[in-house]
Write a protein that binds this ligand. Structure first.
Ligand code: SAH
Length: 233
């Protein structure tokens, strides 16, 4: 999509923005595409596609969320999506980017310093960081990280009681939701909202799922990763 189409989509979707936010988002795009030449950071390699599938797709899901002064963990952030965009469009949010891959985390620390974006970067497997960051976040976001019931278990101890898990899914979202009923029950996650969106150019469907953690969770969760993926809750 063109820059013009991108700005139009922000307006249509009621996203308020300043010139500085747009400038920063574009700088992140340039840096990511540049770094992509050196190592595989994202699958998307050109600006038009990047604007729609990385940037717009990292903002629209949250257009009715109030991130102001809230703590947000972007779990499995990769090259910083959606986390970096959340920080750019909600400058008062306290954003933490977490990824298991060191190379990606090194890149994120570098780019955020360069662009003067104040985020916290953690290089760890999220489930293993559950003790250190126990119930630390008002929101946990995740895009393209794990199947929904697995994601719930991986993130469950990181979310505060009454905090929200936001899982950004495509058309498989409903099926995964159906398969996550057991995990929701065991992990005290209540479905709050399903937000359907559509990307304006490619018309790709988005099923964004919002869950509230209603209570503390038994300490035996999350189980070891191998068990999580073999025996879904
Ligand atoms: N959210 C980004 C990246 C998706 S790729 C985007 O939408 O573009 C998935 C990323 O999740 C990878 O970078 C991988 O290293 C990370 N990841 C997967 N499982 C993880 C775990 N258990 N803990 C931390 N990071 C994880």
């Amino acid at each position: 999509m063109t820059k013009e189409d991108f700005l139009k989509s922000l307006k249509i979707n009621n996203v308020s923005y300043t010139d500085e936010m747009i400038e920063k988002a574009f700088l992140v795009m340039k840096e990511t595409l540049e770094a992509n030449k050196k190592f595989n950071l994202t699958a998307i390699k050109n600006e038009e596609e990047f604007l729609e599938k990385m940037i717009l797709d990292s903002i629209i899901p949250f257009n009715d969320v109030d991130f102001e002064n809230k703590s947000i963990l972007d779990f499995g952030t990769g090259a910083g999506f959606p986390g970096l965009m959340i920080k750019i469009f909600y400058p008062n949010a306290k954003v933490t980017l977490l990824d298991a891959t060191k190379k990606k985390c090194d890149y994120l620390s570098e780019v955020s310093k360069k662009l003067n974006i104040d985020v916290n970067v953690i290089n760890a497997r999220g489930e293993e960081a559950s003790k250190t960051y126990y119930e630390s976040f008002d929101y946990v976001t995740a895009r393209a990280v794990a199947e929904l019931s697995e994601l719930m278990e991986l993130t469950c101890q990181l979310i505060k009681v009454n905090g929200i898990l936001i899982s950004l899914k495509g058309s498989k979202g409903y099926k995964e939701l159906e398969n996550a009923k057991g995990a929701m029950k065991t992990l005290n996650l209540k479905l709050m909202k399903i937000k359907e969106d559509m990307l304006p150019i490619t018309k790709e469907e988005r099923v964004n799922l919002f869950f509230k953690k209603t209570d503390h969770i038994q300490k035996k969760y999350p189980r070891d990763y191998n068990v999580i993926i073999k025996k879904h809750l």
